[in-house]
Design a protein around this ligand. Structure first.
Ligand SMILES: [Zn+2]
Length: 149
């Protein structure tokens, strides 16, 4: 049986309808717009639930490395950049020619273990400008918040 994208989408639509009662499936753009309005703390709760589940299932124990410690790998990444579209929390890069680049970045953190090819992601920490602030946030400050959380 050939299983191209359209038959896959039909199968997904069918599952959403029969399993969850969703009749009209929102488009990609609509989902992105809705997620943009969600505070990061809402996403953090989902990650917390996943970690708690991993803890109860003894998955976290497999990631202890030295005595009862974990290895946490942290790195920053950008996920939005535009010369026009922006919000109040966008980082701003002022170019010499007068142009502006607006951007969003985040700090990703994953539990790693040298014997496992899989990693356990923790909730990312947004690197965003605080409301009313004129200064850009930075990776170091985001790391402080992430580690404290
Ligand atoms: Zn923005």
């Amino acid at each position: 049986m050939q299983f191209d994208n359209s038959s896959r989408e039909t199968a997904i639509a069918s599952n959403l309808k029969t399993l969850y009662g969703i009749k009209n499936i929102p488009g990609d753009t609509y989902l992105r717009e809705r997620l943009d309005e969600l505070p990061a703390s809402e996403l953090q709760r989902a990650f917390t639930t996943l970690i708690q589940t991993a803890q109860r299932g003894k998955v976290l124990e497999q990631f202890t490395y030295f005595e009862n410690y974990y290895r946490l790998s942290i790195d920053g990444t950008g996920y939005f950049s535009s010369s026009e579209i922006h919000c109040q929390q966008c980082g701003e890069k002022h170019h010499r020619n007068g142009n502006m680049t607006y951007y969003h970045q985040m700090l990703g953190a994953v539990l790693v273990h040298p014997n496992h090819s899989q990693v356990l992601p923790l909730a990312p920490e947004p690197i965003i400008k605080a409301e009313g602030s004129k200064n850009n946030d930075c990776e170091r400050n985001a790391a402080k918040r992430l580690i404290e959380r």
